[in-house]
Design a protein around this ligand. Structure first.
Ligand SMILES: Nc1ncnc2c1ncn2[C@@H]1O[C@H](COP(=O)(O)OP(=O)(O)OP(=O)(O)O)[C@@H](O)[C@H]1O
Length: 307
């Protein structure tokens, strides 16, 4: 069973005579152990969607099921959610990390003893034990972010919602948080990740959903989406002189020598013909042009804009 199933979500805001259709029929699905990167330009409807999933905004239409139940009707479903939204404001700066974990654990329905036990285990796991009695405001930003994630996991939720988990962190802290997210997913945690850092989304996500003007414009496995947008261009590097005859043959096949490389645009079968024509020159490198998530994102968002 999918941990999150959101279907046909819609939300229109009306304020001071202005109507904004923030979310216009969004479907999302996340399985156990899966990281879904939920991406979109500013104002696309991400936060509104996430808040509907988290039970914070009631949808005008559509449904949300977390571990099979509706967080808008069922407190049990709400307890299946953990969230770090809008920075790390889900922690109290004047409490210590352990106090934060105990406080939020009890708030989520754990007994004081089990909140403390689980809090200690999370501090250990997130390598924060040495800071358990320091004030949270005295921790580094990376440590505060790790604590925010630990707090969101105190009640062992089925679904974790993470908004910009690496924003503002230095390279090392960001790597630690990314590694943590990978490990959590590896242990079966279902995660929805919203971020404008597309490299982070590419590194962490199994699936990507891109929203624009309230609608999902692409939803697929990250690898599939990248492959779909990767070009048919190959670069080949060989050692030695090509010679006249070989150059002519390459031209027939649609391959062009360019700055010491051979550039070929075409099918994989055609590539074999090009390699055959290069025989017996030693091949140093064959590389396919690969799209990254930033290119995919920009193409999709622009494509839609022109549609
Ligand atoms: N409470 C509200 N009242 C009126 N309009 C709102 C409200 N919340 C959001 N909106 C509008 O709904 C649209 C979607 O906003 P939302 O915050 O969901 O976008 P987002 O994708 O999270 O953007 P960002 O990446 O900038 O955070 C925007 O046009 C926004 O101005």
């Amino acid at each position: 069973m999918a941990v999150l199933v959101a279907e046909g979500l819609e939300k229109t805001f009306r304020s001071r005579g202005k109507t904004t259709r923030a979310v216009a029929g969004v479907h999302l699905r996340v399985e156990r152990g899966e990281v879904l990167a939920f991406l979109g330009p500013n104002g696309a409807g991400k936060t509104t969607t996430i808040k509907m999933i988290a039970g914070l905004i009631r949808p005008d239409a559509g449904s949300v099921r977390v571990a099979g139940r509706d967080p808008h009707r069922d407190p049990w479903a709400l307890r299946q959610l953990g969230a770090v939204l809008e920075g790390n404001r889900n922690v109290y700066w004047r409490l210590t990390p352990l106090e934060n974990l105990e406080y939020f654990g009890v708030l989520k329905g754990l007994t004081a003893a089990s909140a403390r036990r689980r809090g200690r285990a999370l501090l250990d796991r997130f390598e924060l034990t040495h800071k358990q009695n320091a004030l949270t405001q005295q921790l580094s930003r990376g440590m505060q972010q790790k604590l925010a994630i630990a707090v969101s996991l105190i009640h062992e939720p089925a679904l974790l919602l993470l908004d910009e988990p690496t924003l503002g962190l230095d390279v090392e802290a960001a790597e630690t948080v990314k590694q943590l997210i990978r490990e959590l997913a590896g242990e079966g945690q279902a995660i929805v990740l919203t971020t404008h850092q597309l490299d982070v989304a590419q590194q962490l996500s199994h699936r990507v959903a891109i929203i624009r003007e309230g609608r999902i414009v692409a939803e697929d496995r990250t690898a599939t989406l990248l492959a779909r947008f990767s070009g048919d261009q190959y670069e080949i590097e060989v050692e030695g002189e090509l010679g006249e005859a070989r150059r002519a043959r390459l031209a027939e096949l649609g391959a062009q020598p360019l700055n010491g490389r051979i550039v070929y645009v075409g099918s994989p079968e055609g590539l074999w013909a090009v390699l055959e024509a290069l025989r017996p020159l030693p091949v140093l490198r064959v590389e396919k042009d690969r799209a990254d998530l930033t290119e995919v994102f920009l193409k999709l968002v622009r494509e839609e804009a022109h549609a």
